[in-house]
Ligand binder design. Structure first.
Ligand code: GLN
Length: 250
């Protein structure tokens, strides 16, 4: 049985901040190391997408201006297929600006609200042009256990979750969704949103594997992945954790 991981990267040239594209490279490489075949499709402005053509959809971050360009296209051309894919068990991973756009709406620093996809029950409001941005290293403890997730955040928008979304984790260090309720990210089924850039997946291999496993299990229920050594990955995460601890103690 040949396993195939089918990825769709949305707006690779428009929504891509702080190395978000690296998430795709990690998914591809970790699958290939296990002998899994990988296909990556890119969907840009104006492209239609097929809900059955990919098992993992990725949307990266962007500033308000890029988000405004993407939002109309997302809602008009991608919402239906993404809803269908998510309902059928595909994984959606959305980071920062992309995270804001998979919610109900994003109120940018200036101008009209941007409609969201409504894949996650959340909304985001930017307090305005002069507002303090939430910037720095971010460490969270995932709900449901496992090692901490580490990364970097830089956003003005403050996100609040509605009852149908669960947080991805509890903030250990940094700001997370809004800097005051202690939560970071959101999950509903296999749809994930987070403010973690850096990119997210190289330093958080367990989370990368969770996404790969869930994406493959859409067509291969119960699939398990062979473990990888992850020596460098563990060191990269330890370096971020050490930096955060040092900053907090001194
Ligand atoms: N423009 C959004 C904000 O500042 C998202 C920024 C980002 O993707 N880094 O809230």
């Amino acid at each position: 049985m040949t396993l195939r991981l089918r990825i769709c990267h949305l707006y690779p040239d428009l929504l891509n901040l702080y190395g978000d594209r690296g998430n795709i490279m990690v998914l591809v490489q970790r699958a290939r190391w296990r002998g899994i075949d990988v296909a990556v499709d890119e969907a840009r402005l104006g492209d239609r997408i097929d809900p059955d053509a990919a098992d993992l959809y990725f949307i990266g971050g962007g500033e308000d201006r890029q988000q405004r360009i993407a939002a109309g296209d997302l809602v008009r051309l991608k919402r239906g297929p993404l809803e269908a894919a998510a309902e059928d068990g595909a994984v959606v991973l959305a980071v920062c600006g992309g995270y804001q756009l998979v919610g109900r709406f994003y109120r940018p620093a200036e101008g009209e609200d941007l409609p969201g996809l409504g894949l996650l029950d959340l909304w985001t409001e930017h307090p305005g042009p002069g507002a303090r941005r939430l910037i720095g290293n971010l460490v969270i403890q995932p709900e449901g256990g496992g090692p901490p997730l580490v990364g970097f955040e830089n956003h003005g928008g403050r996100t609040r979750l509605g009852p149908a979304a669960r947080p991805l984790g509890r903030v250990v260090s940094g700001f997370g969704n809004n800097g005051d309720d202690g939560w970071e990210g959101a999950v509903s089924g296999r749809v994930y949103g987070t403010y973690l850039h850096g990119p997210l997946l190289p330093k958080n291999p367990e989370f990368a594997d969770r996404l790969i496993r869930e994406a493959l299990s859409r067509r291969h229920p119960g699939i398990e992945l062979a473990p990888l050594p992850d020596v460098l990955e563990a060191r990269a995460r330890a370096a971020v954790l050490a930096r955060v601890t040092k900053a907090e103690s001194g």
